[in-house]
Write a protein that binds this ligand. Structure first.
Ligand code: FE2
Length: 389
């Protein structure tokens, strides 16, 4: 196992009905909140009303920002930060799926940034790059989607549509203070949303698992346990929407899968999320659907690398009682998730690969695998092209 640091300073409140604590928990962080959500679902499900009532009863004043789109734009986040600043908010609450979660964390930073500084300036590939030298507002997150794990990590994935770049902003300063993970909030998800949520969770685990060199026993066994949980329980939750026990396990699996546990003893780079981010940056496909369309082709291509094949075979033996590639693809088909890239994305492959190299290669024309081998632009093109078939 490789050396590592582990820091997970998030108070996680997990369980059915816990959303009622929104007001009490918010009161521990501030008095006036910017409430960040998407445009529709939290309103139509009645959740916005419920959380508003909880905040009001705890004496928390709030300003609503409900303009977060899928693949949240930097322009949207800057606007949310400016609103928090103008309204003298002293905390931020994120409510909804992965996009409002990510937007809330970044808006908490934008709210305290010097004027004229965009949140994009804190992203590693920005031409105006600057380190975070301010303390973001405290954040409370209430996720409705068991997928992104944003509620448990210090990452915000932000899209700059002008540059066609979708990139992660990651800094320990961005950890939320508190997360309320209430599985009952996932009840309003469609079957399709739930299926893709499961694929996202699996990808958060597969990526580090398959791209680690050598073995790290405790991390491997934890990842295998959570992968098995999702493989087993997601179809059950889809078949029986009121199966709260399955949903509770899925929600917590989603948080764990993208928490600092993901990085424990991971010495590699996986590229699956990178190639998805570049896909979304050019086509605006939702993140988890993009992952789903790329996952089989990514595993198939990467298995030509020995270290990857070794890990893939180990996963197959321990979790799928056979081939991991076949087991995962079979499961994806069972839950109705796409396993091939939409043909319309084919036209943008050169642009997507160009963005990948610009953003992630740090000025070189290749990216290095944990084994020391190099992957060049043409190899990423091949993964996208293979995904089309
Ligand atoms: Fe993801």
């Amino acid at each position: 196992m490789h050396n590592f640091e582990f820091n997970w300073p998030v108070k996680s409140i997990v369980g059915n009905g816990e959303v009622k604590k929104a007001g009490i928990e918010a009161k521990k962080l501030g008095r006036r909140a910017l409430l960040v959500t998407g445009r529709f679902s939290v309103r139509s499900s009645g959740l916005l009303e419920k959380v508003s009532a909880s905040l009001k009863s705890a004496g928390i004043d709030f300003v609503l920002f409900d303009g977060v789109e899928p693949n949240p734009r930097v322009t949207t986040i800057d606007k949310a930060g400016a609103l928090a600043k103008k309204e003298n908010c002293d905390m931020v609450i994120g409510l909804g799926g992965g996009s409002p979660m990510d937007a809330a964390k970044a808006a908490a930073l934008a709210a305290v940034s010097p004027s004229g500084v965009s949140v994009w300036d804190y992203i590693f590939c920005s031409k105006n790059f600057r380190k975070i030298d301010v303390v973001p507002l405290p954040v409370l997150l209430i996720p409705t989607l068991p997928a992104t794990g944003s509620e448990g990590n210090p990452t915000s994935v932000i899209t700059n549509w002008d540059l066609h770049q979708k990139v992660h902003l990651m800094d320990n300063a961005l950890f939320p203070k508190t997360a309320i993970i209430d599985p009952e909030l996932t009840m309003s998800l469609s079957r399709e949303q739930l299926a893709y949520a499961g694929v996202d969770i699996i990808c958060h685990l597969l990526e580090p698992y398959l791209t680690t060199t050598g073995d790290s026993y405790v991390k491997d066994r934890m990842a295998e346990g959570v992968i098995s949980t999702v493989i087993d329980l997601l179809p059950k939750a889809m078949q029986n929407p009121s199966d709260v026990e399955s949903r509770m396990n899925l929600s917590w699996s989603g948080t764990l899968a993208c928490s600092p546990f993901r990085f424990m003893a991971w010495n590699g780079k996986g590229f699956l999320h990178w190639i998805e981010h570049c896909l979304s940056a050019w086509t605006d496909v939702p993140h988890s659907e993009g992952l789903s369309m790329l996952l089989p082709a990514w595993m198939e291509y990467m298995s030509r690398y020995k270290f990857f094949k070794y890990r893939l075979d180990m996963l197959g033996e321990r979790v799928f009682n056979g081939s991991a590639e076949e087991g995962i693809e079979r499961w994806m088909k069972e839950i109705g998730a796409k396993t091939r890239l939409d043909k319309s994305a084919g036209d943008k492959i050169p642009e997507m690969c160009g963005t990948l190299i610009t953003v992630y290669a740090g000025g070189k024309d290749f990216v290095e695998l944990p084994s020391g081998e190099r992957m060049v632009k043409g190899e990423f093109e091949e993964i996208y092209k293979n995904a089309l078939q």
